[in-house]
Design a protein around this ligand. Structure first.
Ligand SMILES: Cc1cc2nc3c(=O)[nH]c(=O)nc-3n(C[C@H](O)[C@H](O)[C@H](O)COP(=O)(O)OP(=O)(O)OC[C@H]3O[C@@H](n4cnc5c(N)ncnc54)[C@H](O)[C@@H]3O)c2cc1C
Length: 310
């Protein structure tokens, strides 16, 4: 084996990448995994994970990712620190550049994830995971019986608002315009829901709170009148979209209109033969750790079978 050549290279160390590594390593493919800028992925930015199966008492995000790393290492996955800045899949072996090194591989698994968009207010950053969240499915349950606010006006904001009414007392839907962008059916459902109050023409002005209690209130500003009012919510769910980490694959692999990688027929195959995608980078719909891990497993199996056919 050439020094810089591997059978399989995996990009990204979130649940999708580590799961792909565990499966590829156990299939004797001796995978190399490249960490990217955020080793461990999105879950390293949160504390309590209550919905990953196997942890009846919940588990800290960093601890879960550390366990996944150890499991991948146990089967001799090689970990390389760095961010991939260039990819060439036009010829085989494929080429992947991270830092000042170029590696080649027979198969490539992309698990570079996605990042939630935030508004960009200082107070929003301060109370991230202490009142401010970008995932109702992940964190909504913590606000059982309480009032919360959802920010946004697209389909995902409407969906998150509806979901939160399953257990929250009241949901304010704060939207900067006087009409929604979301689908008509979803709008009707939201407007009929008595637990949802739409705060039109408004944007968050400040997340209020302190170090001890976290977020205690939300001030919103009417963009037409300039009036600022407080909603009395201890939770704010930002639902203004996600950005898949696909910049480096532009013009190389097929993407949908939101720049997510497109996979074929319920598999993890991308538009380039021998290149597979898993996790949030190819999923604008579910965006969960367990689905990322599930598709990571699929990608390793798809890659192993594809390599066997060659
Ligand atoms: C605050 C927060 C709380 C959450 N809570 C939950 C929860 O309770 N339950 C749940 O199921 N889900 C939760 N999620 C969602 C969950 O984190 C994601 O669905 C999951 O992490 C997606 O896994 P992934 O492996 O696809 O990608 P990610 O976790 O996004 O990891 C992507 C990886 O790719 C790497 N990467 C990026 N660009 C490059 C590059 N150019 N080269 C190489 N590597 C690169 C990154 O460094 C990272 O390691 C939460 C998300 C957030 C942000």
């Amino acid at each position: 084996m050439e020094e810089n050549h591997r059978k399989v290279i995996i990009l990204g160390t979130g649940p999708a990448g580590y799961t792909a590594a565990i499966y590829a390593a156990r299939a004797n493919l001796k995978p190399m995994i490249i960490t990217g800028p955020q080793k461990g992925g999105q879950l390293t930015t949160t504390t309590e994970i209550e919905n990953f199966p196997g942890f009846s008492k919940g588990i800290d995000g960093n601890q879960l990712m550390n366990e996944m790393e150890q499991q991948a290492l146990r089967f001799e996955t090689e970990i390389v620190f760095g961010e991939v800045t260039e990819v060439d899949v036009s010829n085989r072996p494929f080429k992947v550049t991270a830092g000042n090194k170029t590696y080649t591989s027979d198969a490539l698994i992309i698990a570079t994830g996605a990042s939630a968009r935030y508004i960009g207010m200082e107070s929003e950053t301060r109370f991230k995971n202490r009142g401010v969240s970008a995932c109702a499915t992940c964190d909504g349950f913590f606000y059982k019986g309480q009032k919360v606010a959802v920010i946004g006006g697209g389909d995902s904001a409407l969906e998150e608002a509806g979901y939160l009414t399953n257990f929250c007392e009241k949901v304010y839907l704060v939207h900067r315009r006087d009409e929604f962008r979301g689908s008509k059916a979803m709008q009707d459902r939201v407007l009929k829901n008595e637990k949802i109050e739409v705060v039109w023409d408004s944007v968050p002005e400040e997340v209020i709170g302190d170090d001890e209690k976290g977020m205690t209130d939300l001030a919103v500003k009417n963009v037409k009148t300039g009036e600022v009012k407080r909603l009395g919510t201890k939770g704010m769910f930002v639902a203004i979209g996600h950005e898949p980490n696909t910049g480096v694959f532009k013009g190389i692999l097929d993407m949908d209109d939101k720049q997510y990688l497109v996979t074929k027929n319920g598999s993890t195959r991308t538009s380039a033969e021998g290149v597979f995608a898993c996790g949030d980078v190819a999923d604008s719909k579910y965006r969960q750790a367990v689905t990322a891990a599930g598709t990571g497993c699929m990608a390793a199996i798809d890659a192993e079978r594809w390599l066997a056919e060659q």
